[in-house]
Design a protein around this ligand. Structure first.
Ligand code: PRP
Ligand code: URA
Length: 209
């Protein structure tokens, strides 16, 4: 599938396995989510545009590449996406940060919006939307709809674990969005949880139940 990228790096795979383990507590879970975000960001930002800039080294002046264009926008989908923000900011400290608050309705499994704010202007920025879990794809589709309604064009969606149903829904709704996925799992269960998955990402990051 064009624009869908699966991470095969052993460090990412190893850390995802630790994340899945039900014995992994909140503190370690948070650290792992952040570390995985760093590694996934490194892969996902491979195609950021660069331009030659004049730099004076202690030896001489040279032209050397630097990232060009407007600052990146990082947009976590609340709550669980927050766990990935610091990992991405480690790579791109000057990025602007927006927020999209969505919560799945427990009966319909469809997302309900409760808070959204994006950096402005957003049109020319590369936007990294973050959510550890891509399950039915409802939240991701709604988040990308919102970003596009506000003028966002260059969108990357980073998720740590995805179900095939979610990848298909997001790709079908937004084929232009680049989807970066740490691991593709088997399926969704009847409650629309990813299997084998890792359980409820928000609860595990924030220690709630
Ligand atoms: C989880 C997860 C995603 C969404 C994925 O959030 O973090 O946002 O579900 O499911 P979907 O692909 O079927 O839409 P949740 O709604 O549980 O909210 P939370 O992060 O506040 O716990
Ligand atoms: N949200 C989660 O946190 N986990 C899942 O498996 C599905 C949606």
């Amino acid at each position: 599938m064009e624009n869908v990228f699966y991470m095969d790096h052993p460090l990412i795979q190893h850390k995802i396995s630790m994340l899945r383990d039900k014995r992994t507590g909140t503190n370690e879970f948070r650290k792992l989510v952040e570390e995985i975000a760093v590694l996934m960001g490194y892969e996902a930002f491979r195609d950021l545009p660069v331009e030659p800039v004049e730099i004076e080294t202690p030896m001489e002046t040279c032209m050397s590449p630097m990232i060009s264009g407007k600052k990146l926008a990082v947009v976590p989908i609340l709550r669980a996406g927050l766990g990935m923000v610091n990992g991405i900011l480690t790579l791109v400290p000057s990025a602007k940060v927006g927020h999209i608050g969505l919560c799945r309705n427990h009966e319909t499994h469809e997302p309900e919006e409760y808070y959204c704010k994006l950096p402005s202007p957003i049109e020319e920025r590369t936007i990294a939307a973050l959510d550890p879990m891509l399950a039915t794809g409802g939240s991701a589709e709604a988040a990308v709809n919102f970003i596009k309604e506000h003028g966002g064009k260059h969108i990357k969606f980073l998720c740590i674990i995805a179900a095939p149903e979610g990848v298909e829904r997001l790709h079908k709704a937004h084929p232009d969005v680049q989807i970066y996925c740490g691991c593709l799992d088997r399926c969704l269960n009847e409650d629309a949880y990813i299997c084998p998955g890792l359980g409820d990402a928000g609860d595990r990051i924030f220690g709630t139940k």
